[in-house]
Design a protein around this ligand. Sequence first.
Ligand code: ATP
Length: 198
Amino acid sequence: NKKIIGLTGGIGSGKTTVAEFIEELGFPVYYSDVRAKEIVNDNENLKNDIRKLLGENAYDESGRYNRKYVADLVFNNDELLKQLNGLIHPAVRLDFENWVASQSAEFVFKETALLFELKLHESCYKSLLVTADDNIRIKRVMDRDDKTYREVEAVMDKQMPEKDKVKKADFVIYNNSNIEDLKAETEKTVMKLTDLVD
Ligand code: ATP
């Protein structure tokens, strides 16, 4: 019986960094956002559904997803964005289930920004949140993505408030210090999680 641990955090929280430390510890990690970007190109059923919703121009002549075109189309059209997500999210869910079935480890991790938003934690054994103060997260994303303070803040404002996530999470890693501390904290938390008795 496999135990799925949902790993989440808002923009710039450090969840991907934590996921990489978890992989170094030997646990398999499924990266939902990365896979979502792959399956819009690989999953023929999904591609057909997206073409039906957004038109042929959603894909270029060689069949590659036209990310820029789609982004412009759904920008300021929340209903269309909702419909697009209504196609992509279930496809990722299915892809994750197939991935889980192919794993032999007892504990597997699912990294996703939307763990609580999509209620994915309800089908997890435990949830693990990575969080840090807003200012710190904004600065880290500005450095990483060459974005302005305002741009990062705008994304943050659309996400579920951190205090709500902290309430929902079974385990929380606070990432306000340096990378070395984050690594140590990750190791401690993962040991705790995987040592739990049923
Ligand atoms: P997003 O949702 O935006 O993809 P994320 O939650 O996956 O973000 P990361 O990409 O892991 O976050 O971290 C954001 C940036 O901050 C990265 O450039 C990462 O290297 C850096 N970072 C993470 N933790 C620390 C830390 N403790 N000290 C310094 N830099 C950090």
